[in-house]
Ligand binder design. Structure first.
Ligand code: IPE
Length: 264
């Protein structure tokens, strides 16, 4: 199913746009618990403008962890595949992420966006264990959307069978939300301007993993390329068109234009 914005979601309402703001965009990744206030403000401006203009009417925002979540997660040895049973570790990771979430919410509400928090730790689970699939109940998010709110989720800790609490990334949440809510369009905004080829140029469109596997493997930025390869694979599996773009692409994406790399 491909949504063009005119057909209805499962509850009869217009399908939402799902947008991830990467932790690299909204925080200073090398300084623990430090916002990139300028970039965060610009992203919130773009979101507020799109909602005020009506170019987007239903929006779910997800943000990553950047220097808030990752710092605490690595300190405690917690990842998407390694869990902890230490409640203080869970409190550290979740606490840092809710602090970041509050900062995002404050800036959105300052701009008259009806943003409300949805905390994955309180909702989600990995019933099949560490590294396993995510179960994310969506009734809270879809009901909030129907009531005119903009739900704002975030990377978080997640209850994990046999492992205590692991990390759920913002990218996993985006995929679950997009598939479960029948998203119209999906946007992943970070500091990378798109999916890059081996020469560092943005690839305008990707329609199969094989076509870009070499380029992604050849990138010298291992962290980004590993993350990007996994991201592209997951986004390709979605029905909705997805876009991977940098800060400059956010306005165009929210206006319904192409931005960065289209993954479809
Ligand atoms: C990480 O989320 C969340 C935690 C470490 C708790 P993401 O993996 O989506 O964060 P970014 O966007 O890469 O920073």
């Amino acid at each position: 199913m491909t949504n063009d914005g005119l057909d209805s979601g499962s509850d009869g309402a217009a399908p939402p746009v799902v947008l991830k703001l990467g932790g690299s965009l909204i925080t200073e990744k090398d300084r623990p618990e430090t916002l990139d206030d300028e970039r965060l403000a610009a992203a919130c401006d773009a979101i507020a403008d799109a909602l005020a203009d009506g170019t987007v009417d239903r929006l779910v925002v997800v943000h990553g962890g950047g220097s808030f979540g990752h710092h605490h997660a690595s300190e405690h040895g917690v990842s998407t595949s390694a869990g902890t049973r230490d409640p203080a570790a869970v409190a550290d990771v979740h606490g840092a992420m809710t602090t970041l979430n509050r900062a995002v919410l404050d800036r959105l509400r300052d701009r008259d966006v009806s943003a409300v928090p949805v905390h994955p730790l309180s909702l989600a689970a990995r019933p099949d264990g560490a590294g396993g699939d995510l179960d994310l109940p969506l009734s809270s998010t879809s009901t909030l959307l129907g009531e005119g709110f903009v739900p704002v989720l975030h990377g978080d800790g997640v209850a994990t069978a046999g492992a205590g609490v692991t990390v759920v990334s913002g990218d996993e949440l985006v995929v679950e939300l997009a598939a479960g809510l029948g998203a119209r369009r999906v946007g992943v905004c970070s500091i990378v301007p798109g999916v890059l080829d081996a020469g560092g140029e943005v690839i305008p469109a990707v329609d199969s993993f094989d076509a870009v596997a070499d380029a992604l493997g050849a990138s010298d930025a291992t962290d980004v390329s590993g993350g990007m390869a996994a991201k592209v694979r997951e986004l390709l599996a979605l029905d909705a068109p997805a876009y991977v773009f940098g800060a400059d692409g956010l306005g165009p994406f929210l206006r319904g234009e192409d931005a960065g790399t289209r993954v479809d």
